[in-house]
Design a protein around this ligand. Structure first.
Ligand code: ADE
Length: 231
């Protein structure tokens, strides 16, 4: 039987999964704690990667090499880029791109990783379809399948958001997804990224981020719960 790797961006997401896990054992590697056990008869490994592309890449490679996972799911929050997205809406990755990969000085297009065939990493269609179905089960939640942009920057500018939408065709922006995606691509492991919109990446203040985090963690847990029982 296969093992599903789940990376949560927030403590609350990991805790909700842990509460439903039987026989969770812990493995510590490179400063990250991995919880290995079963959830609804499904073998899973749950962890929190920490912020940014390097943390996400190392965590994903360890999940694959040391914990033996054959699929990777990532949940967390993101800044909305697509103009029709509002705070609380969900983006499911069709594909991922690193927006901060910039070798334009040598004539490469923004986001293109030089001297390699692929810079846009495709999520697994079956996992995307399952995530969509899970969102449908939630009811009253606006969900969009689209391109996830990732970079080691918290985006807080309307100009940048507009550029990301027009030139990079992004649906949302965050700091880990495309890194997870590239590592999964390099290892031929299927993945999907699921993000709740916490802000519009325009620098506008969000008064109750803590409250939002609790609500969005509950929702991503509900999505994962559905996916793990139908995978
Ligand atoms: N995660 C949540 N909001 C974000 C933003 N505006 N930029 C990058 N990552 C984010």
């Amino acid at each position: 039987p296969e093992t599903i790797g789940i990376i949560g961006a927030m403590d609350e997401e990991v805790e909700l999964l842990l509460a439903g896990m039987k026989n969770a054992e812990t493995v510590d590697k490179a400063g990250i704690r991995y919880y290995k056990g079963t959830y609804q008869h499904q073998d899973i490994v749950v962890c929190k990667s920490g912020v940014g592309k390097v943390n996400a890449a190392v965590t994903t490679q360890i999940l694959i090499d040391s914990l033996g996972v054959s699929k990777v799911l990532f949940t967390g929050v993101a800044g909305a880029v697509h103009p029709e997205l509002n705070i609380g809406d969900i983006v499911i990755s069709s594909e991922c791109l690193q927006h901060d990969m910039d070798v334009t000085a040598l004539g490469f297009e923004r986001g293109v990783i030089p001297y390699q065939e692929v810079s846009v990493f495709q999520a697994d269609p079956a996992l995307v379809a399952l995530a969509e179905k899970a969102c449908g089960e939630l009811g009253e939640v606006n969900c969009r399948v689209g391109r996830v942009l990732s970079g080691d920057q918290f985006i807080a500018s309307v100009e940048q958001v507009n550029w990301f939408y027009e030139h990079l065709q992004g649906a949302c922006v965050e700091m880990e997804g495309a890194s997870v995606a590239q590592v999964c691509y390099m290892n031929r492991v299927p993945f999907v990224i699921i993000r709740s919109m916490s802000d519009k990446a325009d620098g506008s203040a969000h008064a109750n981020f803590a409250e939002f985090t609790v609500a969005s963690s509950r929702r991503s847990h509900a999505i994962l719960d559905y996916m793990l029982s139908h995978i």
